[in-house]
Unconditional design. Structure first.
Length: 210
């Protein structure tokens, strides 16, 4: 863990220049404005807090999806922090984050192109820790408010693959393991907050399962 992270930059989300070719109409920062949905990071800003430029690069339109504010700022914020703690305790850790596409779409009058953006039904993650002993965990959290305990949404990677159709290409013996929660200490949200967020230890204490 970075004991002295740089402050979160106050920047607008930028369009991805690699996606500007062809007929694809890319959303912009204003495409989310006044929609009531957060611009939810996939690769989190906090995971890049070792370098200001790396943080700024996380503010890309292609790195976000509409996220329920209560879900984003509570259970998902605390889960992202848990992932960083797991990585700090491991030799090598691979993390994949994504979404499950839904049918609901949002658009904003602040966007002159009125681009319509799909709202995910779930946010998912796969965490594969190689050392000291290979193990992996899958997580699939509904993109709704009212969820406090990420352990309610933990699954094996194989089950996550079956549910989503994604393939993470980790060893089958590891993917098939049912996660032992005693080996995956998590942070559990006390109650959902939408105002100024307190420190992680106040909002979501670490819970070690015995």
């Amino acid at each position: 863990m970075n004991d002295n992270p740089v402050p979160r930059p106050n920047v607008r989300f930028r369009q991805n220049p690699k996606l500007k070719a062809g007929n694809y109409l890319q959303p912009r920062h204003d495409s989310y404005t006044e929609t009531s949905w957060d611009r939810g990071h996939l690769a989190p800003n906090g995971a890049m807090a070792w370098d200001e430029e790396a943080q700024k690069r996380s503010f890309s339109i292609s790195n976000i999806a509409p996220q329920n504010p209560a879900m984003n700022r509570n259970i998902w914020r605390c889960f992202e922090y848990s992932i960083r703690e797991w990585a700090a305790d491991s030799g090598t850790t691979f993390v994949v984050v994504g979404t499950i596409q839904g049918t609901k779409k949002i658009s904003s009058t602040r966007d002159p192109n009125r681009v319509r953006i799909n709202v995910p039904t779930h946010f998912i993650a796969m965490v594969y820790r190689v050392k000291p002993n290979p193990m992996a965990i899958g997580v699939m959290v509904p993109n709704t408010e009212g969820k406090l305990n990420v352990r309610d949404f933990v699954t094996s990677v194989s089950e996550l693959e079956q549910e989503t159709g994604f393939r993470f290409r980790i060893p089958a013996a590891v993917a098939d393991q049912v996660p032992d929660l005693a080996r995956w200490p998590t942070r559990i949200v006390r109650q959902e907050i939408l105002g100024k967020l307190p420190a992680i230890d106040v909002q979501c204490p670490r819970v070690d399962v015995q």
